[in-house]
Design a binder for this molecule. Structure first.
Ligand SMILES: [Zn+2]
Length: 271
């Protein structure tokens, strides 16, 4: 069994006591890589530092999460510039580690107070993706129409990305799959009793458009639901998907790993 967790907030304080063990358990369970999305500037720096200590296994993304977008978002985004403007000549070689822009997107679940700001911040970061050719890790909640409308304007220039934590219906999945080089990120929600994903996914999402994620420490799959999540628990998601697609668990692991490697342009060391 091999897999890639494309979305874990491993820099979070929830992992302060046992971060190394979480990494070790992931490896033992079959992880060949873990991707760390940022939510703001401090977490972007934390993640870069953490990934430097685990080269070739932990991979960083940088970006401003929609829920972190406030009225000062322009200044905040400007402070990300060093990551990209010196993409090739940074003496620390930090930028060369970055594999994606994330997590970015729109979230109108709790409020639309910063709707305009969120839309502008998302668009700026979509433009970063176009300029740097780094794929997007997209967070979208209660905002698919707005997100799709914005992405369509850049459709032909985008290098691709992941629609992370997909929980929608067949129509929404089909709409997202119209974006070439984009994959759908599936996590713990697919194992929840009331989830319709086990029925929806095999009908509309081909296995070559699927990637795995935990969104840890959140979204732990059944039977760990409610506990702190970690990458090793992806095996529960793999089992669920194998059952619903009617294939062997190994095939889910292998195919999703290949999808990720292709989308993010990284070489995975088989072990
Ligand atoms: Zn996340």
């Amino acid at each position: 069994m091999q897999f890639i967790d494309t979305h874990i907030h491993l820099d979070g304080e929830e992992f302060d006591v046992d971060r190394q063990q979480v990494i070790d358990r992931a490896r033992e369970a079959g992880a060949v890589a873990m991707f760390l999305p940022a939510i703001d500037l401090p977490s972007s720096y934390r993640i870069l530092q953490l990934c430097q200590q685990h080269l070739g296994f932990l991979y960083p993304m940088v970006g401003l999460h929609p829920e972190e977008v406030k009225s000062d978002y322009r200044d905040v985004l400007a402070a990300f510039k060093p990551f990209f403007s010196s993409f090739t000549n940074d003496p620390l070689q930090l930028p060369s580690l970055i594999i994606g822009i994330g997590e970015v997107g729109l979230d109108f679940y709790w409020s639309r107070e910063y709707e305009k700001e969120q839309l502008e911040a998302f668009e700026t970061q979509v433009q970063w993706s176009v300029e740097t050719r780094l794929p997007l890790m997209i967070h979208c909640r209660k905002a698919q129409n707005e997100m799709v409308r914005l992405l369509r304007r850049y459709e032909r220039e985008l290098p691709g990305g992941v629609f992370h934590c997909f929980t929608g219906n067949a129509h929404e999945a089909e709409e997202l799959l119209q974006f070439e080089n984009f994959c759908i990120g599936i996590g713990g929600v697919s194992t929840f009793k009331k989830s319709h994903l086990p029925e929806v996914l095999p009908n509309v999402v081909p296995l070559n458009r699927l990637v795995l994620e935990t969104d840890a420490p959140y979204m732990a799959p059944v039977p760990m639901r409610g506990q702190r999540n970690e990458s090793a628990y992806i095996t529960y998601i793999i089992e669920k998907l194998a059952e619903s697609y009617g294939v062997a668990p190994d095939e889910i692991g292998h195919q999703t790993t290949e999808n990720v490697a292709q989308l993010f342009g990284i070489t995975i060391k088989e072990h």
